[in-house]
Design a protein around this ligand. Structure first.
Ligand SMILES: NC(=O)C1=CN([C@@H]2O[C@H](COP(=O)(O)OP(=O)(O)OC[C@H]3O[C@@H](n4cnc5c(N)ncnc54)[C@H](OP(=O)(O)O)[C@@H]3O)[C@@H](O)[C@H]2O)C=CC1
Ligand SMILES: CC[C@H]1OC(C)=C(O)C1=O
Length: 319
């Protein structure tokens, strides 16, 4: 048990005390309180933090009604080392290398103390042991996007031999949807959309039919799909591409029946379920070649993610 004397009481953290654009409100604090942990939580020394669009949407105040109080440390995804465990914690001990999305419900009072900091706290049920073959940086980019990809396929009742259309195949979620549909579920055929320069990436991930949305409208194709997973907010068009009796899920924007919108539930058990596919390399973390930033470069990391053109993930190396 680390004596509390060996743990600092203050830490560096990127925070915002008002809602707004990341370029205007993000500030580096050097004496932020290290989070106190509850009995069912662990304290993690952060090695890397993954950022997601929810981070800058929340920062803009899109979800302030159900948010935690300001000032907020952004960041949902973490990879790091357990340095303290609560009295009820069973799964982890000090020194364990862990990762996860620290907010069980993305919009229901996400924690004030996010992951873009030297330390963060999380319920043990939201975390899993980091896959041994992946670095902290590779792992930090996985949790929220991979859990969203998996949950959406589950909600589509996806299964072996079925066909899938992915709208937005090159992003953090889309790159996971393609791989998981192929490697975990055994999809018979995967079509996915991106702009011209990312089509080869889609094929490398397992897409049989990459669709260049700058040249083709997927809904005009004669082929229809057992499931359509919309990760870009094109629900009205998505429902035109599904087979009779098929399923359409969306994770963003207006919902058009029979599609359904869902918000992911963060769960360490999902990470554990997918671990064999990560450790075997069948499912790989996809980080944009320009997507790794230092702690000091956090504003630049957000600026890059906010372009909406990222391939896979953006990750911030912290320790
Ligand atoms: N409901 C939920 O639980 C969740 C919702 N989300 C939301 O889902 C969306 C996707 O998240 P995430 O993958 O992290 O986002 P990213 O920022 O990683 O997505 C970037 C990618 O989107 C692609 N893209 C943008 N527009 C289109 C388009 N019209 N057609 C096809 N591809 C497009 C880009 O490819 P290109 O440059 O080729 O256009 C780019 O590679 C976000 O709005 C996010 O807020 C995410 C996670 C959970
Ligand atoms: C309503 C979708 C919202 O929730 C998450 C996690 C996002 O990224 C969103 O846009």
């Amino acid at each position: 048990m680390a004596s509390t004397a060996t743990l600092p009481t203050k830490m560096k953290a990127w925070t915002y005390a008002e809602y707004g654009k990341s370029s205007e409100v993000l500030k580096l604090e050097t004496d932020f309180d290290v989070p106190q942990i509850n009995d069912d939580q662990v304290l993690v020394k952060v090695a890397a933090a993954g950022i997601n669009p929810i981070d800058f949407k929340r920062m803009a105040g899109m979800f302030k009604v159900t948010d935690s109080p300001l000032p907020i440390i952004p960041g949902y995804d973490v990879a790091g080392v357990v340095v303290k465990v609560g009295s009820q914690v069973k799964k982890f001990k000090e020194g364990d290398e862990v990762y996860g999305d620290i907010n069980e419900k993305a919009l229901d009072h996400p924690t004030q103390f996010g992951t873009i900091a030297e330390y963060t706290a999380a319920e043990e049920k939201l975390l899993a042991l980091k896959p041994k073959n992946l670095s902290f940086i590779e792992s930090a980019g996985l949790p929220l996007a991979m859990e969203t990809a998996y949950e959406g396929l589950e909600r589509c009742h996806f299964s072996a031999g079925k066909s899938l259309l992915v709208l937005g195949g090159a992003g953090g979620v889309g790159t996971m949807i393609i791989q998981i549909a192929k490697q975990v579920y055994g999809a018979s055929k995967i079509a996915a959309t991106s702009s011209t320069g990312k089509l080869e990436l889609l094929k490398s991930l397992g897409a049989d039919l990459p669709i260049d949305y700058t040249k083709q409208n997927f809904e005009d194709l004669p082929e229809k799909f057992d499931a359509v997973y919309d990760a870009v907010g094109q629900c009205e068009r998505a429902v035109k591409a599904v087979k009779e009796g098929g399923h359409v899920v969306t994770i963003y924007g207006a919902v058009v029946p029979p599609a359904t919108l869902f918000l992911l539930t963060s769960d360490g058990a999902t990470l554990e379920k997918l671990e064999p596919f990560l450790e075997s390399g069948k499912v790989k973390p996809i980080i944009d070649p320009k997507g790794i930033f230092s702690f000091a470069q956090t504003p630049q990391a957000f600026a890059f993610l906010e372009t909406g053109r990222v391939v896979g993930k953006v990750v911030i190396a912290i320790n």
